[in-house]
Design a protein around this ligand. Sequence first.
Ligand code: ZN
Length: 136
Amino acid sequence: MEKFSVKKVFEIAYAHRLLDYNGKCENLHGHNGIVEIIVETVKLDEMSMVMDFVELKNKAGRWLNDNLDHTVILSKKDPLAKILKEQNQKMFLTDENPTAEIIAKTIKDEMNKMGIKAKEIRFWETQSSMAKIEEE
Ligand SMILES: [Zn+2]
């Protein structure tokens, strides 16, 4: 069976740290992450598109910009969250440690809530380290 897909790529700058982790990622540090959002379909819409690139850019780009870009991404259990909140720092709290895998899953869940049927999210934490979540 043939399938179509489109992909849009975004960049976000963020800081994070991992709790209960023994290694350099236990320290607050930053990345320029790359987000790849892949939308797939068997049947194109009335415009012969999987999804309009403009719509994908506007919706996904806005959410990423508002929520993750230039943000400190922390586990909600992280005691730093209280301090950053007092300092009015932009934060995004995750239920689990903010690993590349959890950030990818968070983006996928948010895209789905927005009606973007993301088949796959690839989240590049560095140029050589990527986490992926995909629908089976
Ligand atoms: Zn990191």
